[in-house]
Design a protein. Sequence first.
Length: 353
Amino acid sequence: MYVLGIETSCDETSIAVTSDNKILANSVSSSVHLHRDFGGVIPEIASRYHVEYINHVLKKALTGSGIGLNKIDLIAVTTRPGLMGSLLVGAAMAEALSLAGNIPLMSIDHIHAHLYAGFMKNGASIKSKAGRGKPDLRFPFVGLVVSGGHTSLFTVNGVDDYKLLGRTFDDAAGEAFDKVAKLLNLGYPGGPEIEKRASGCKVNKKIFPGRSSSEDLNFSFSGLKTSVLYYVRNRLRDKHILSGDKNKPDQIARLTNNLGHKEINDIAASFQEAVTEILTEKAIAACQREGMRRLALGGGVSANTQLRKKLSARTVQNGIRLYLPQKRLCLDNAAMVAGLGAALYKKGRRCGL
Ligand code: KG4
Ligand code: ZN
């Protein structure tokens, strides 16, 4: 079946056309450049951008796929969770198209869609030796969603059957990357910037408490983020660049560049090491606890090369097959929304306007 997927939950305006799990077009336009100066997504700017660009993105997806609206069998749209104003733009577009073309609608959960990315054709690549010869992701599996808004572990038993194993109590992993990058003056979004700067740099495992209990499958990144703040503050004090009374993150961020390029890169590398170690440990622990031999990732942070390498090594050691979406499908996109829509429709789920 031909599905039109619509994704506008945050700062990416995306529309895709799929034929079941095969991606025919996946058009993405991002407002990320408009949020850079603020170091984070400004909801009002994001929703205005969606309004301005969604028609253009739709045209591009339809032209790129060669499938006209008259051939679309289902419209799948992200309706939760996300920025309310942004979600509304995608939902309004979906309802208008549904009404005009008498096309059924499917309401999609963004987190579940991230976990579906591994099913999209050419959307998953096997990294673990244990998976050779059986490349397709199938249920059940342990799913780790790591994005700017979410860090959660699930047992996924079916397309509509998710058991939450653990989640973050404070910052999401991507949010921690973004906030630490802001402190280090590395720009936004922080994940790719930290990854770039950390490449080939010295990791000091002692400075950040990246290790955590693998018995508890919940996450917490605020302590790690604070320890980066205190480390930077203390280094600035050691160098007599910061006086004792300035402790706020924005005051410290204004002075961070005084540490020099190399030291900032080493801090970025040590922070990245800590986050990726926590995510890897918990994901492996979840597989072991659930007796699961398949692990699938989704969300922006799963594009991180260090995380992909660590997970690849640890899953091989533990006889687990690892499913990593292609990097373009880790970030927000409508192809994963359309794919999940088709699967839910086939399972019998129906939604009204
Ligand atoms: O899934 P996504 O596009 O949007 C949400 O649903 O939140 O994820 C965006 C997040 C941002 O926090 C960004 O810094 C992070 O993913 N991210 C990365 C990388 N690429 C994007 N984090 C670490 N390493 C990366 N290469
Ligand atoms: Zn996302």
